[in-house]
Design a protein. Structure first.
Lengths: 248, 143
């Protein structure tokens, strides 16, 4: 999907690229992170199919000075791309909704946003999620904040910081950050992550992230003690730490 | 002779079709191995998610909602795509579909790199990180 998306952008077909992206978002949700990146890349030069076809720098020469840059810069390819994305996403999603109704919304959408999975989880938040799952239902937990660094980084910081850089590289950076900062990271995802060319960089970064879980664990324990409960979870905490050391 | 050495070191990278065929064959072998392994071992080669997909496809095949399968949290289109897995003897059909998509992705990578002015041999080497990577193959063939 992603490779085809890059090819379509490369061939100067923003409408088709949009149609593909919209359908991909319907299918897997996460490709939505590529929307700002591609919108930024489809600049005025792209519009007149004047883009350097070099190895180092492919697309996106346009450097907006502020966030408004994107909005004040409506052009043909951006409009076509947006129409394509909206069209295919809405068509597929409303079609499925008309067939399966509330069941579809509940399972394919709501579930993914409210999911708290503390099993088979290799994410840096795994220990916090595991420990807090033992606590009675709380209105607010630190894990609810997990999406803040993730979405900020993936949806805004990386696309803006890498304007003018290669499109595929930017998308790789986004995907990587998305996985690294995700609340849920199954072993399958981890295997995929390690299988790539950056495997060595990834493993170093991963270990760093794993160590950051210790910090979250301490925060959770701190929350425990503040509640004044001598909780049965302390045992779990020790098991968790030994598992953690074992994984490293 | 240096020229002969050069030739022999680059035969794998000499043609796109060779890489595509090799990666397709490797995936097919893994899918067939998966069928054999699952029949003989209690520890399944096939991933749990694949059972979720195919169970949902079976519900759709019986004109029921895929969401009757617990933990099916995807678009019904996925279950539709996998309806053939509900037919007798076609359980691995979905794996073939995923593997072909996987190979297609690798092939598009070659096209993307070529369009950027990369030499044929270099683009084949880079895309082989995807196409011939055993980790990618295992995760696509077990799903």
């Amino acid at each position: 999907m992603t490779s085809l998306l890059i090819l379509l952008i490369q061939q100067g077909k923003p409408l088709q690229a949009g149609l593909l992206l919209g359908f991909s978002i319907h299918f897997k949700i996460y490709p939505i992170i590529y929307t700002p990146t591609i919108l930024l890349a489809l600049d005025k030069l792209y519009d007149i199919s004047h883009f350097p076809r070099t190895e180092i720098k492919a697309y996106g020469d346009h450097r907006p000075k502020s966030f408004t840059g994107l909005l004040s810069y409506l052009n043909r390819s951006r409009i076509l791309f947006s129409i394509g994305t909206a069209l295919s996403f809405l068509t597929a999603t409303s079609w499925m909704y008309s067939l399966y109704g509330q069941d579809y919304i509940q399972h394919a959408w709501t579930h993914h946003f409210s999911r708290l999975d503390h099993r088979h989880n290799f994410s840096p938040y795994h220990l916090t999620l595991y420990l807090s799952s033992a606590l009675p239902q709380q209105s607010f937990t630190i894990t609810k904040l997990a999406f803040v660094p993730q979405l900020l980084l993936v949806g805004a910081v990386i696309p803006l910081a890498l304007i003018g850089k290669d499109l595929a590289t930017t998308m790789f950076a986004q995907t990587f950050a998305f996985v690294a900062f995700n609340k849920v990271c199954t072993s399958q995802v981890l295997a995929h992550l390690f299988s790539h060319i950056w495997a060595n960089v990834v493993s170093v970064l991963y270990v760093v992230l794993m160590f950051s879980t210790a910090l979250f664990a301490y925060l959770t324990i701190f929350a425990f003690e503040k509640q004044g409960s001598n909780s049965p979870c302390i045992m779990d905490y020790r098991t968790g730490i030994s598992c953690f050391v074992g994984m490293c | 002779m240096p020229s002969k050495q050069l030739q022999s070191s680059s035969w794998l990278w000499a043609s796109t079709s060779r890489i595509i065929v090799a990666s397709t064959l490797l995936r097919l072998i893994l899918i067939i191995y998966g069928v054999y392994h699952d029949a003989h071992s209690p520890l399944k080669y096939t991933d749990v998610d694949y059972y979720v997909f195919t169970d949902a496809a079976r519900f759709v095949h019986l004109k029921q909602s895929p969401y009757l399968r617990e933990t099916y949290r995807y678009t019904p289109l996925l279950a539709w795509l996998l309806i053939p897995t509900a037919w007798p003897g076609m359980f691995s059909f979905g794996k073939v579909v995923f593997a072909l998509g996987d190979v297609a992705a690798g092939w598009i990578m070659i096209l993307v790199l070529r369009r950027r002015g990369m030499s044929a041999e270099r683009s084949l080497k880079y895309s082989s990180i995807w196409l011939l990577n055993p980790m990618v193959q295992f995760s696509c063939c077990a799903v």
